[in-house]
Ligand binder design. Structure first.
Ligand code: AHR
Length: 495
C-alpha cells in the first residue's frame, strides 16, 4: 500500500564485521553496581561463587556479555590497584569521593574482577588511573597483570592465587580527562598519554589494546588531537555520550511516568549518537584513513533523575520499554559504523543508570534493556549488511521528529540472515515490506519486545511484566510484509 515502508537488504555485499565487543558492559564502583548488586562476598547467604551472586552472573551469562569495563569511570582516576590485592580483611577502606562519599572496602579488586569475567566467559577491560596515579603505578599494574616472568610482582600475583597472566583485552590510560579525570586539554592529555604508554610493557601475547581517553558530546577536538598525536601508541580513542530526555543535567527527566514529549526527546537525543560517530570518525579519518584506530564508545545510555528517596550519588534509575528502544537504536547505529566503532560499553551493568539488572537484597529483575541486549546476540561477530529504507515516515510531535523505523541486517556467524527493526512511534504500528534481491524470502522468525505503556517495566512484584514474545510473518505470493507494533524492537532470522 502507499503507506508501506520498503526495506531492501543487500545480502551479497557483506560489510565490516560487528565486533562482539560492541555489546560490552561497564561495571564501576558506584552505588550498588558492584557491591550488593553483584558482589556479596563468599560468606553471604545469597548463593554465590567466589563472592559473586549466582543469580546475577547466570542472567548475565545468558545474555552473552562479551566484555566488562572496570573499575570506572570517574572512580578509576582515584583507584590504586594495590589497595585491592591480598587478604581482603587487610585492605584499606577508602572514601568513594565521586559517588556518594560512601566507604569503599576494596573487597573487589583485581583478582575478584577477573573471577567475575571468568565466570561470565567475558573479556576484561581495565581502566588505569592517570588522574591521581603515576606512570609507575600503571606500569606495575600491567606487569602484575601480564608478566609470565618470576619478577617480584608476577610472583605476588601467584601468591594471591593466579599463576598465569590475566588476559586483559583493553587497558585505558585515564577516563574523561576533560572532566573528572583531571580537567585537561587534549594536548596536555596527549603528552601525558605518550609518556605513560611508553612504560606499559607487556609480553606480546598478553598485550592489551591500549585506549586513549577521548571526548564527549559535540566535542570532536579530542578525536582530532589524539588521532594525530597518538597514532603510533594507541589502538583506539574513547568517546562518551549519554541520552538525557530534557538535554539538561539539572533536571534530566524521570525514568517512568514521563510524557510523550519526553519519549520523543529521548528518541531524538539518542539518535544524535549517529552524528557524533560520523563527526569523530571524520576527524580520525584525516589522521588515520586506514581506520587502524577504533572509536570506542565506552560510555553510553540513558541518564535520568535518580529515583525518589535514593542516594543521588548512586545513579539508580528504573528501566522501561523506552530504554530497550534506545538500546536497539544505538545498536543499529553501531552496526552501521562497525568499521570504526569496534567496542562500546553501556553504562552500566547492574543497578546503575541504564542497567541490565536491578537487585534488591536477594531478589533481581531483568530490565527491558537486558532483553534488547539478549535479543541482539546473533549480531555479535556477524557481518553487517547494507540496507535501504524507502518511504520511511517521520514520527513527529510538537515540532520535533525522528524517522519512524530504524533497521539493521547482518549475516550471523551461523550463516543465517538476521534483521533488527525498531519502531520509534509510541502510538502507531508500521508495515514494512522486506526485499532481499536474489533471494526468495519465505518467512521471518524471531521475537518482539513491546508493551501497552511507554514506560512498561519490570518490578519485584511483577518481574515478567515486559519480556520478549515470539514473532513471525510469512510471505504471501512471494511478498513479505511485517507489521511492526508501535514502540517495539524486533529481531528475526530471515528465511
Ligand atoms: O557512568 C557514570 C559516570 O559518567 C562515569 O563514572 C564517568 O566517566 C561519566 O561521567
Amino acid at each position: 500500500t502507499a503507506d508501506t515502508i520498503g526495506l531492501t537488504i543487500d545480502a551479497r555485499k557483506p560489510g565490516a564485521v560487528i565486533n562482539k565487543d560492541i555489546y560490552g558492559q561497564f561495571a564501576e564502583h558506584l552505588g550498588t553496581g558492584i557491591y550488593e548488586g553483584m558482589w556479596v562476598g563468599p560468606k553471604s547467604k545469597i548463593p554465590n561463587t567466589k563472592g559473586w551472586r549466582n543469580d546475577v552472573v547466570g542472567a548475565l551469562k545468558a545474555m552473552h556479555v562479551p566484555l566488562v569495563r572496570w573499575p570506572g569511570g570517574c572512580f578509576a582516576d582515584e583507584y590504586h590497584w594495590k589497595d585491592g590485592i591480598g587478604p581482603r580483611e587487610k585492605r584499606p577502606v577508602k572514601v568513594n569521593t565521586n559517588w556518594g562519599g560512601v566507604e569503599e572496602s576494596n573487597a573487589v579488586g583485581t583478582h575478584e574482577f577477573f573471577d567475575l569475567v571468568d565466570l561470565l566467559g567475558a573479556d576484561a577491560y581495565v581502566n588505569g588511573n592517570l588522574g591521581t596515579g603515576s606512570a609507575q603505578e600503571m606500569s606495575e599494574w600491567v606487569e602484575y597483570l601480564t608478566s609470565d616472568s618470576k619478577s617480584t610482582l608476577a610472583n605476588l600475583r601467584r601468591k594471591n592465587g593466579r599463576d598465569k597472566p590475566f588476559k586483559v583485552a583493553y587497558f585505558a590510560i585515564g577516563n574523561e580527562a576533560w572532566g573528572c579525570g583531571g580537567n585537561m586539554t587534549p594536548e596536555h592529555y596527549a603528552d601525558l598519554y605518550k609518556n605513560v604508554e611508553t612504560f606499559l610493557r607487556a609480553p606480546q601475547q598478553y598485550r592489551p589494546k591500549m585506549i586513549a581517553s577521548g571526548g564527549n558530546d559535540n566535542d570532536v577536538s579530542w578525536s582530532e588531537v589524539l588521532s594525530k598525536q597518538l597514532k603510533r601508541q594507541t589502538d583506539g580513542i574513547s568517546f562518551h555520550y549519554y541520552t538525557i530526555p530534557t538535554g539538561k543535567w539539572e533536571v534530566k527527566g524521570a525514568a517512568t511516568g514521563f510524557p510523550e514529549k519526553e519519549w520523543m526527546s529521548t528518541m531524538s537525543n539518542t539518535l544524535r549518537m549517529e552524528d557524533h560517530i560520523r563527526k569523530n570518525s571524520a576527524a580520525m579519518d584525516k589522521n588515520d584513513p586506514e581506520k587502524k584506530l577504533g572509536l570506542f564508545v565506552d560510555e553510553w545510555g540513558t541518564w535520568y533523575d535518580v529515583e525518589k528517596g535514593t542516594n543521588a550519588g548512586f545513579l539508580f534509575q528504573q528501566n522501561t520499554l523506552r530504554d530497550a528502544v534506545v538500546a536497539a537504536l544505538n545498536f543499529n547505529i553501531f552496526h552501521a559504523h562497525a568499521d570504526r566503532v569496534r567496542m562500546t560499553n553501556i553504562a552500566q551493568m547492574v543497578n546503575v543508570l541504564q542497567s541490565m539488572i536491578i537487585t534488591d537484597k536477594d531478589k533481581m529483575v531483568l530490565t527491558p534493556t537486558y532483553h534488547a541486549f539478549e535479543m541482539y546476540v546473533p549480531f555479535q561477530g556477524a557481518a553487517s549488511l547494507p540496507l535501504t529504507l524507502s518511504n520511511n515516515p517521520q514520527y513527529a510531535l510538537d515540532g520535533a521528529s525522528v524517522p519512524e523505523i530504524s533497521a539493521s541486517a547482518a549475516r550471523g556467524t551461523d550463516g543465517k540472515l538476521y534483521l533488527a527493526l525498531v519502531n520509534t512511534n509510541p502510538a502507531q504500528a508500521a508495515d514494512v515490506a522486506i526485499n532481499v534481491p536474489g533471494q526468495a524470502i519465505k518467512a521471518v522468525k524471531g521475537r518482539v519486545l513491546t508493551a501497552a505503556a511507554m514506560d512498561a517495566h519490570n518490578t519485584f512484584q511483577a518481574p515478567q511484566a515486559i519480556k520478549p514474545a515470539p514473532f513471525s510473518a510469512t510471505a504471501v505470493e512471494g511478498k513479505l510484509t511485517v507489521k511492526i507494533p508501535a514502540k517495539a524492537v524486533i529481531v528475526v532470522a530471515v528465511e
